[in-house]
Design a protein around this ligand. Structure first.
Ligand SMILES: Cc1ncc(COP(=O)(O)O)c(C=O)c1O
Length: 388
C-alpha cells in the first residue's frame, strides 16, 4: 500500500521537482481522523494512502495536480434534487462512454481555496459565491445543482478531511475544485438522465510559472473565448478547450497568457484564459462590464469592493483595447491567479510595457485581499468562513 501511495505521488509530481524528493519521505500513517472509513475503497490503486505529510517542502508549490486524499461525490437523477453526498478516497470515477458530459459537454467547474490563517485556523473565502455561480451555470446548462448549504457544507467537509494538505500559513492554499456534470448515458442531444456533483482538492502555490513576477500578455485577435448568447458568463467546462490553441500559440512565443477581445467588434478587451482583467489610469480602476461573455470572477467582485473602500473610483464598462496603450497599470484577478500584475501587453505586434517601480495599486489591492484571507486585516464584509 505504501509503495503504491508513493508511486501515485511520484506519478503526479514532476521528477525534477523539489516536491518529488520531499514527498518520497512522506510516511503513511493511520487514516485521517475524519470519519470516512465506511466509504473508503481500501484497494483503489489511484488513491493516496499517505495521511500525514511529514518533511514536506511547501516552499516550492506550483499549480500542479497533487490530489489530496479525499474527494466528495453526490448524485441525483434528472428532475430530482441532490440529497446526500459522501467522502471517499480520491480516485478514478466510472462513466458510461455515452455519458452526456463526455459526448455533449454538459458540465460546470468551480474553483475555491482553503487557507490557514495567521491564527492557524482553517478558512474558506466566500464559498457561497461559488455555490451561487454554480447554480446560475446549472440553470443555463439544464442541470440540477446543489443548494448553497449543500455546496458550502461539502466544501467544508473536503477542506477538513484534507486538512493535512492545506499548506502552512503564507505558503499556498488548498485549491478546491467542485464539478457538476451530466453523468448519465444518453445518445441524442438532450439533458443527461443523471447528475454527479464531485469535489476534489490539491495543494497549490502560484498559478503562473512567473510566480509573483509580472506577466506578459498577448492580445488574441483570431480566436474568441465567448460570444453573445453563448456560455462565456458561466463556468462551463466547454469554455476552456476551445482557447487552448490560442493559449498554446501565445505560450510558444514566450507570453504568459492571452487577453481575449469581444467577438463582435474585436475592439474591447474581455478577460484572460482563467482570470479577469483590470486597467488603472490615475485614481480610476476599470474592468470590462459583465455582458454575458465574461465570467463574473469572485476575486473581481472582491477587488472592486476593496478598491472602492480604499478610495479608488471603479468603473465597470467597455474597455477599449487602445486603452492598454496609456494605462498606468494592468492586472488580472482570479482565485488561482490571485492579483497578478501585467508587465507588458502585445497587440498587433506592438508591445506596451508597464512600470513595475514603486508601490503598485495592484500590489496594494492584493495585500489587502490576502490580509483579509489570512486574518491580518478585519473582514468587514464577512467573506471568511472559519471551519475548524
Ligand atoms: C474565464 C475565467 N475568468 C475569470 C476567472 C476568475 O474567477 P474567480 O475570481 O472566481 O476565480 C476564472 C476563474 O475561475 C475564469 O475561468
Amino acid at each position: 500500500m505504501i509503495q503504491r501511495a508513493r508511486a501515485s505521488l511520484r506519478h503526479v509530481l514532476h521528477k525534477s521537482s523539489p516536491l518529488h524528493s520531499s514527498i518520497s519521505k512522506v510516511r503513511a500513517r493511520h487514516l485521517s481522523s475524519v470519519n470516512v472509513a465506511a466509504s473508503l475503497k481500501a484497494d483503489d490503486p489511484s488513491t493516496l494512502t499517505c495521511s500525514e505529510l511529514d518533511n514536506f517542502d511547501w516552499d516550492n508549490l506550483g499549480f500542479n495536480l497533487m490530489p489530496a486524499e479525499f474527494m466528495y461525490t453526490m448524485k441525483c437523477s434528472k428532475g430530482e434534487n441532490f440529497t446526500q453526498g459522501e467522502l471517499c478516497r480520491y480516485g478514478n470515477i466510472e462513466l458510461s462512454p455515452s455519458a452526456c458530459v463526455l459526448n455533449y459537454g454538459q458540465g460546470l467547474l468551480e474553483g475555491a481555496k482553503a487557507f490557514r490563517g495567521e491564527n492557524g485556523r482553517l478558512r474558506l473565502f466566500r464559498p457561497e459565491q461559488n455555490a451561487i455561480r454554480m447554480q446560475i451555470g446549472a440553470e443555463r446548462m439544464c442541470m440540477p445543482s446543489p443548494s448553497t448549504h449543500q455546496f458550502v457544507e461539502a466544501v467544508k467537509e473536503i477542506a477538513l478531511a484534507n486538512h493535512r494538505w492545506i499548506p502552512p500559513t503564507g505558503k499556498g492554499s488548498l485549491y478546491i475544485r467542485p464539478l457538476l456534470m451530466g453523468s448519465g448515458a444518453i445518445l441524442g442531444v438532450a439533458p443527461s438522465p443523471e447528475y454527479t456533483f464531485l469535489i476534489y482538492a490539491s495543494p497549490v502555490g502560484n498559478y503562473f510559472k512567473e510566480g509573483t513576477a509580472a506577466l506578459n500578455m498577448y492580445v488574441e485577435e483570431e480566436f474568441h473565448r465567448a460570444s453573445r448568447g453563448g456560455a462565456g458568463g458561466i463556468k462551463a467546462i466547454t469554455n476552456y478547450s476551445p482557447v487552448l490553441k490560442a493559449q498554446a500559440n501565445a505560450k510558444n512565443r514566450g507570453f504568459s497568457d492571452v487577453l481575449y477581445l469581444d467577438s463582435n467588434s474585436k475592439t474591447n478587451i474581455e478577460e484572460a484564459s482563467s482570470s479577469n482583467v483590470f486597467i488603472v489610469k490615475g485614481n480610476v480602476i476599470s474592468t470590462p462590464a459583465l455582458s454575458g461573455t465574461i465570467l463574473e470572477g469572485i476575486t473581481r467582485k472582491s477587488i472592486i469592493e476593496i478598491a472602492k473602500d480604499l478610495g479608488y473610483k471603479v468603473e465597470e464598462r467597455c474597455v477599449k483595447v487602445e486603452e492598454l496603450n496609456d494605462a498606468d497599470e494592468v492586472f488580472c484577478t482570479g482565485t488561482a491567479a490571485g492579483v497578478a500584475p501585467i508587465g507588458s501587453v502585445t497587440y498587433q505586434d506592438k508591445r506596451v510595457n508597464y512600470s513595475m517601480e514603486g508601490q503598485l495599486i495592484s500590489q496594494k489591492l492584493y495585500s489587502t485581499l490576502v490580509g483579509i484571507q489570512r486574518g491580518l486585516i478585519e473582514d468587514k464584509w464577512g467573506w471568511i468562513v472559519e471551519i475548524d
